[in-house]
Design a protein around this ligand. Structure first.
Ligand code: AMP
Ligand code: GLY
Length: 420
């Protein structure tokens, strides 16, 4: 099988790492790729939204499936654009990607199909959104409808803050068109769970549950980031809760996409809040999570290429998704100034010291190779992932490995997987 991965981040590095282990994969390509990914997959210079160009490449190189990492090309319709040119895609159609690219469409889908979620109202006029804020109970959550690089959600404890969010999103348009519509949403409390499942359009098979740590600093302090660390599986998700997540979220999701004729072959990621009333969906993503993937794929015993082929061909079954015992923890090493103004160009030392460590992998999110050295090139530089016999063992191994790496200004959270 020949595969082309679309993307260039830590998630795609993990996908390339896992797919490169598959005996079924003859040739692996990646676009736009990164220096680290190019050690595992041949780098190709393709624009992720030039569907005709990608299709020509796939025809010339006999690529069997295109595996899409990020949401932007999915929201732009890469799956439809390639499929109509005869190229199978792992990643949903544009109508499926709308569940991530439009929060109001996702809400309507959830309401239609009885998927538990917070109460929410959508507004296209700022005066009406403000009126809703003025009568809402606090805290209240204000969300820009469209994609805003993870920054379009504000949890507001004070009414003034919520009114300011409406003003920012709808009037000042700080996220452009993404703020054309705004959601005023009920605040939920509970623990968050990242629930990812493979989907072939008629079946959802879950991956191990994971927990992301979005805040920059220990004890969930500081600003939101793209994710500072993850662990998986979750000791607080027992078999009963897992069964509820399957029946109330994934089974209803599948029923919904089938009824609405949405072609969805890829990953459905449900960001959940485990409330006193059970699991509720905070958001859907139409792709693998980043950095969840860097902690979940090391636990996947099965051949990922085989699962991807099964999704694309509509023959996914639970037996195909085998998971190993133990746990995995992943610690993100970030640059000075992240998330506002990250420094770059700093030499990275110590990656060679990780090579002999069993179960440890350094997934690169923001590095460049300037032979013979690696240098930093982004805010989140590396995700150091470690498997262990159990969660404490995985966490110790990840931190032991992280302590061997250094670059100027490097910082990371010390409490990943420790605040259970
Ligand atoms: P999102 O970008 O949709 O993942 O939202 C970012 C974060 O905002 C989530 O991970 C939650 O921590 C928080 N959040 C979003 N919606 C709600 C809600 N209705 N109640 C409580 N927290 C929320
Ligand atoms: N880790 C959150 C996300 O991938 O959106």
């Amino acid at each position: 099988m020949n595969l082309l991965i679309i993307g260039s981040g830590g998630r795609e590095h993990a996908l390339a790492w896992k797919l490169a282990q598959s005996p079924r994969v003859e040739k692996l390509y990646c676009a736009p790729s990164s220096d680290a990914i190019s050690l595992l997959a041949e780098r190709v210079d393709l624009n992720p939204v030039d569907f005709a160009g990608i299709a020509r490449f796939c025809a010339a190189k006999a690529v069997d499936i295109v595996v899409v990492g990020p949401e932007t090309p999915l929201a732009a319709g890469i799956a439809d654009g390639l499929k109509k040119r005869g190229v199978p895609v792992f990643g949903p159609s544009q109508s499926g990607a709308l569940l991530e690219s439009s929060k109001s469409r996702a809400k309507e889908f959830m309401f239609r199909h009885g998927i538990p979620t917070a109460k929410s109202e959508t507004f296209t006029k700022s005066a009406e959104a403000k009126r809703a804020v003025n009568s809402a109970s606090l805290p209240v959550v204000i969300k820009a409808d469209g994609l805003a690089a993870g920054k379009g959600v504000r949890v507001c404890a004070a009414r003034g803050e919520a009114l300011e969010a409406v003003e920012d999103f709808m009037v000042r348009r700080v996220f452009g068109q993404a703020g054309r519509k705004v959601l005023v949403e009920e605040f939920m409390t509970g623990r968050e769970v990242s629930a990812m499942a493979f989907c072939d359009g008629t079946t959802c098979v879950p991956m191990p549950f994971a927990r992301d740590h979005k805040r920059l600093l220990d004890l969930d302090k500081g600003p939101n980031t793209g994710g500072m660390g993850v662990y998986s599986p979750l000791p607080d998700v027992d078999a009963t809760l897992a069964a509820d997540i399957q029946t109330q979220v994934f089974d209803r999701f599948v029923k919904g996409i089938r009824e609405e004729g949405i072609d969805y072959r890829g990953v459905i990621y449900a960001g959940l809040m485990i409330t006193a009333a059970g699991p509720k969906v905070v958001e859907f993503n139409c792709r693998f999570g980043d950095p969840e993937t860097q902690a979940v794929l090391p636990l996947l015993e099965s051949d990922l290429a085989e699962i991807i082929a099964a999704c694309v061909e509509g023959r996914l079954s639970p037996e195909l998704v085998r998971v190993s015992h133990g746990a995995c923890a992943c610690v993100v090493l970030a640059s000075a100034g992240y998330p506002e103004l990250p420094e770059s160009g700093k030499p990275v030392f110590g990656l060679d010291k990780l090579e002999g460590l069993r179960g440890v992998t350094a997934f690169h999110a923001g590095t460049k190779k300037t032979p013979p050295a690696w240098i930093t090139s982004g805010g989140r530089v590396l995700a150091i992932s470690a498997k262990g016999a159990d969660l404490p063992d995985a966490v110790n191994r990840a931190y032991d490995a992280a302590s061997r790496v250094r670059f100027e200004g490097m910082h990371y959270r010390r409490d990943i997987g420790k605040t259970l």
